[in-house]
Design a binder for this molecule. Structure first.
Ligand code: HEM
Length: 429
């Protein structure tokens, strides 16, 4: 008798004796997928959660773009070729003053919270992505193409979003157009999918138990957790991400709970200027020689000509206060801070607009950063809480918060509240 038969052959032989079919090796075979968790009810629960969540994400995303007032000036618009996709744009309001803080806080926190649900949903339908034949009919082919746009678009949106808020955006191409156009492609495929699948999903939920379906494994492995347990696990993952992210929208001890958020944890400083900062003066390339002592002048231009004001002269003008938050486009924000300074509409009057303040074009001393220039619309200039702030929380602005002077406008994205202001040109843009 020659060499002992190989282990594989032995296993195949034993299976043969037990009359057991060969374990399918290709994912195209339903038997390849062994998890007993998959099924239409499991998938439907996740699908309906995403139906609500992604719709909120899309709407808050579109509002985030609208808050830039991108149609006011090219400096505010990072996606100028949007064409009809910009038809929904409108003049962003200044009330309620926490509007952008809420919108962006919801967009980013919900986006991150939904990640486990998205991944579980994709896992639950993976067998369908490999099902053969690729297309049984034209309608089936179209549905499969929309599924590719849906899955690809969804992953693209979540990946670019997370990269934008978490890291210093390491992705080829500008975030703005990619995330904006990606959102439209994804949401269009999402609407098609939802229209096709929601009735089925609701029917599935009404059923008491899983029906036979191409998602249900024909040869399920031994269960290690129930479907309900698996859904609790996904929910627990979302809850954990929510609990370690949402705190970045609050100050004090709650911010310390935002362990996963770049602007979570302890405040960067202490005292009146100790609250969160996005870009420091050093990062923005601010030359202290231009801001120290009496070197700086604010240049205000309008039909009345050009006025150059020192910081002392500005501080000598009527000053007003407003309690307003910093709300960053990356989804973090601060509680209301007490700002004190000159009303933008009073500066407009100096430039020659006694009544009906116009739009204003604001330029900063900063040498780096996509938003060293920004445009504000007339309604923002006219709001009595819109200030060229010189003080915050009873103290002079610190260099990192924009000393000698910075813009603060209610309900505006942080990037439009220009720091280290050098020039303001009033007039319709
Ligand atoms: C984890 C998931 C996500 C995160 C963290 C995220 C993050 C962000 C951030 C930080 C912005 C503002 C960028 C800026 O103005 O600088 C943004 C804008 C936007 N998001 Fe998301 N996002 C996510 C998912 C989504 C999804 C799923 C959609 C669509 C369904 C979406 C649609 C948009 C749109 C339309 C904008 C406006 C883009 C612009 O201002 O040009 N986002 N998102």
């Amino acid at each position: 008798m020659g060499r002992a038969p190989s282990r594989g052959l032995l296993a195949a032989y034993r299976r043969l004796m037990r009359d057991e079919p060969r374990a399918p090796r290709l994912p195209t075979s339903p038997g390849f997928w062994r998890s007993p968790l998959r099924g239409p009810r499991f998938t439907s629960v996740l699908g309906l959660v995403l139906l609500a969540g992604i719709t909120v994400l899309f709407v808050t995303g579109l509002l985030s773009y609208a808050a830039y007032n991108p149609d006011l000036s090219p400096v505010n618009d990072k996606t100028p070729d949007k064409g009809i996709l910009g038809l929904y744009l409108f003049a962003w309001p200044t009330n309620p003053h926490w509007l952008y803080r809420l919108n962006q806080g919801v967009h980013v926190t919900l986006g991150i919270t939904l990640i486990p649900v998205l991944l579980a949903k994709l896992w639950s339908v993976v067998p369908r992505l490999f099902a053969l034949p690729p297309a049984r009919s034209l309608a089936h082919a179209l549905e499969r193409i929309s599924l590719l746009l849906l899955v690809g678009g969804g992953l693209f949106e979540f990946v670019t979003g997370v990269l934008n808020v978490q890291l210093d955006y390491v992705f080829p191409g500008s975030f703005y157009p990619l995330h904006f156009y990606g959102a439209w492609v994804f949401f269009a495929a999402f609407v098609a999918h939802a229209l096709l699948k929601t009735p089925t999903a609701l029917r599935n939920l009404r059923r008491l138990r899983e029906e036979r379906d191409d998602l249900v494994s024909p040869r399920p492995a031994e269960p290690t957790v129930s479907r309900r347990g698996a859904l609790w696990f996904v929910g627990g993952g979302s809850l954990l991400l929510f609990a370690t992210t949402v705190g970045q929208n609050f100050g004090g001890p709650l911010r310390r709970t935002a362990l996963l958020a770049p602007h979570g944890g302890a405040e960067p400083g202490s005292g009146p200027n100790g609250f969160q900062i996005n870009k420091t003066a050093a990062y923005a390339g601010i030359d202290t020689a231009e801001t120290a002592g009496d070197a700086w002048r604010l240049v205000v231009t309008g039909p009345a000509g050009t006025v150059r004001l020192s910081r002392a002269e500005l501080a000598g003008l009527p000053l007003h206060s407003a309690a307003l938050p910093i709300a960053c486009v990356e989804g973090w924000s601060t509680p209301d801070q007490w700002w004190r300074g000159v009303r933008l509409r009073d500066l407009a009057a100096l430039a020659g607009y006694e009544d009906d303040p116009p739009d204003v074009f604001v330029e900063s001393l900063q040498r780096r950063g996509a938003f060293r220039k920004a445009a504000l619309r007339a309604n923002q200039v006219a709001d009595p809480r819109s200030l060229l702030a010189l003080y915050v929380n009873g103290e002079e602005l610190s260099p990192d918060h924009g000393y000698p002077a910075r813009i603060i406008v209610p309900a505006a994205p942080g990037v439009l509240n220009t720091k280290w202001v050098a020039r303001m040109t009033f007039g319709d843009l």
